[in-house]
Design a protein around this ligand. Structure first.
Ligand SMILES: Nc1ncnc2c1ncn2[C@@H]1O[C@H](COP(=O)(O)OP(=O)(O)OP(=O)(O)O)[C@@H](O)[C@H]1O
Ligand SMILES: [Mg+2]
Length: 243
């Protein structure tokens, strides 16, 4: 279970909070979709969950392990960034081997996992090429494989569908569903409301750093007698009601 308690982050000491007193619980086996307008605070929240940023106040924990407990927490978490960065002179395989080294995966385990994931995402043929020669979507696939390599209990992805072709996007959705069905937790942000509606067991909607809603799509529809409305209608009305 992922737990965020009263998490606040300001980029400038005196400025408005990018994330403001966020309270959120995501259960094991959930696929949690994080929605919100541009600049709402999604990536900031995600970077705090994966320990790239430190919260000014509040706590984050997974399975009771606090995010400040460095290595023990990091072992539990896999992260696919919104704009992944690589050493572009490396080949895809060298990058994945480097990640596998960090997680101390043995030779047969890493080979089996790389073969399986690269096969499913159809990146196998390019793994011996330098990353500099990859398209945007190919880099995205590499980043997804790297995030999954150590089979993290919590998989965090920031807009993972961006740049993926329809087939890869379908494969990723299947992969995320299967991953969550094993009892892992998937936390991802997206602007594609159809994907959120189709894939997520739970949704969170954030705007101006504050969580407006957290729960299932069906629960959201029954709020304020809003049965029959699409997620787009609900999203727009929720995010436009902000003061
Ligand atoms: N490195 C930074 N320095 C200063 N302010 C930042 C920085 N990163 C983000 N912000 C500000 O924090 C707020 C939240 O940004 P964040 O990137 O978390 O939004 P987001 O929900 O991920 O948006 P998008 O949908 O566009 O990716 C915005 O007001 C943004 O301007
Ligand atoms: Mg973002």
């Amino acid at each position: 279970m992922l737990e965020l308690r009263n998490v606040t982050k300001r980029y400038r000491a005196a400025g408005k909070a990018a994330v403001d007193s966020l309270d959120l619980t995501v259960e094991d086996g959930a696929i949690f979709g994080f929605l919100g307008p541009n600049g709402a605070g999604k990536s900031t929240t995600i970077r705090m969950i994966v320990t790239l940023l430190r919260a000014d106040s509040g706590t984050i924990a997974f399975d009771g392990v606090g995010s400040t407990v460095d290595v023990a927490y990091k072992r539990l978490v896999g992260y696919c960034a919104d704009e992944p960065l690589f050493y572009e002179k490396m080949t895809g395989l060298q990058h994945l081997s480097f990640i596998a080294d960090i997680h101390r995966l043995d030779a047969s385990t890493r080979k089996a996992r790389i073969d399986e994931l690269a096969g499913r995402l159809e990146l196998g043929g390019a793994l011996s090429d330098p990353i500099a020669s990859y398209s945007h979507g190919m880099k995205q696939k590499l980043s997804i494989i790297a995030a999954l390599l150590h089979q993290p209990r919590l998989l965090v992805l920031d807009e993972p569908m961006v740049g993926l072709d329809p087939k890869a996007s379908f494969t990723l959705k299947t992969l995320l569903r299967q991953y969550a069905q094993k009892g892992n937790t998937v936390f991802f942000s997206t602007h594609v409301l159809e994907v959120a509606q189709e894939l997520c067991t739970t949704l969170g909607i954030i705007d101006e750093g504050r969580l407006l809603y957290s729960g299932s799509f069906e629960q959201l529809r029954t709020l304020n007698g809003s049965q029959g409305q699409s997620l787009e209608d609900l999203f727009l009305s929720l995010t436009e009601e902000m003061p």
